[in-house]
Design a protein around this ligand. Structure first.
Ligand code: SF4
Ligand code: SF4
Length: 379
């Protein structure tokens, strides 16, 4: 496990050019250098030089980050702010009383039981779950229309939100019925992002190791419909020694585009798309829309700007979170869309928050899978 000291060289690469200020959604609102990577790096460099103490005040600025990674894309030195901020958070939290409480709630036993309670509350019936799982697991072999060689074997990393809400399974069953996709859905642990964000590195490493073990299987693609889970899975090697090369990791949108599925909608509908910060590529979206009848796509301004939610950021920085969500919602409203579609369960919350704040009752927020499953005909 790396320590802040290991990033000393990386921190000293910052030339103070200020390019990150142009990209950072927080800096755009606060105009405070401590809220963007340049200022955070300056403070953390002071910590590594023993000129500053990793104080509560510095921790406040560490928490004032959406982990959107936009600053890295703009940084001429290519400094990975997320990696450094997450490590600093770990260093700060490790000896605090609060960390003991967080560690308890995030422990595997407590965390998995919280998910189980969520499942009990939201699953319609146990029978529903079993039926959906069985259908999906046998689609590939049973489909008479698909030759075996056309069959794709994918591992679905559901993520915690989809564990609780059962509908995603139903959307997948409808979309991929007879399309020659074999979906394996092992019992993964959380991707680890909530642990990483709270500096709970031990639990993060535990979750990562459990997940890596489950990925030791025969499959073509690792698929998610949560951009944050995907980017976290791909980040394991940054934080600790990990000798796994994940097979191609894709979003469900990529698989739908790859398969060239066609969707018939009877009534004309106008849609817009929000690109989650952690989504690698959104190229699938326009491909899918071009295979839909009766759908008009209107691209919103700043469609790839953060929704403002970002997990615990929204709880710790209510004012900033609302402001960013509101700006996003105004861009959505300007498109006059019936639906805003996205590929991340956390973004759904951020988009809903924004639309509620501007009292927009017209535009519904949906995941890509939910939207496509509304089609009258899929082939
Ligand atoms: S990750 Fe995003 S919010 Fe955090 S400092 Fe970089 S640009 Fe700003
Ligand atoms: S863009 Fe990179 S090098 Fe420039 S100030 Fe920001 S962190 Fe430093």
């Amino acid at each position: 496990m790396k320590t802040l000291k290991d990033y000393e060289k990386e921190l000293s690469k910052c030339s103070k050019c200020g390019q990150c200020q142009i990209a950072c959604p927080i800096y755009k609102l606060t105009k405070n250098d401590c809220t963007v990577s340049r200022g955070k790096f300056l403070m953390l460099h002071g910590v590594t030089q023993k000129e500053l103490k990793l104080s509560q005040n510095i921790n406040k600025y560490l928490d004032m980050c959406l982990k959107c990674g936009k600053c890295k894309d703009f940084c001429p030195a290519g400094i990975d702010a997320l990696e450094i901020i997450n490590c600093a958070k770990y260093e700060y939290m490790k000896n605090t009383v609060l960390s003991k409480l967080i560690n308890f709630f995030q422990s595997r036993f407590v965390f998995s039981n919280i998910l189980k309670i969520g499942k009990l509350i939201f699953h319609h019936s146990k029978q529903d779950i079993i039926r959906t799982k069985a259908l999906r697991m046998t689609e590939c072999e049973e489909s008479p229309d698909n030759a075996k060689q056309n069959c794709l074997s994918v591992i679905y990393f559901k993520g915690c939100v989809n564990q609780i809400f059962p509908n995603t399974d139903k959307y997948l069953s409808k979309i991929f019925k007879n399309s020659g996709i074999k979906i394996l859905s092992p019992d993964f642990d959380c991707c680890g992002l909530p642990f990483l964000s709270e500096g709970n590195m031990k639990r993060f490493e535990q979750a990562a190791k459990i997940n890596i073990e489950k990925l030791n299987a025969d499959y073509d693609y690792l698929v998610t419909d949560c951009a944050s889970c995907e980017s976290t899975l791909l980040s394991y090697g940054k934080y600790f020694e990990c000798n796994i090369t994940l097979k191609k990791t894709l979003n469900w949108g990529d698989i739908i585009a790859l398969k060239g599925l066609k969707f018939e909608f009877k009534k004309p509908v106008k849609v817009t798309f929000h690109k989650p910060c952690h989504l690698k590529s959104d190229a699938f979206f326009e491909k899918i829309i071009s295979n839909c009848t009766n759908i008009t796509y209107v691209k919103m301004d700043d469609y790839d700007e953060c929704c403002g939610f970002a997990g615990s950021f929204a709880l710790k920085n209510r004012g900033l979170s609302k402001e960013i969500s509101k700006n996003k919602a105004l861009n959505i409203q300007n498109t006059d869309a019936d639906y805003v579609i996205t590929s991340c369960p956390a973004c759904i919350l951020g988009l809903k928050q924004g639309l509620q704040l501007i009292k927009n009752k017209k535009t519904k927020v949906v995941s890509l899978l939910e939207f496509l499953a509304m089609a009258e005909k899929i082939n």
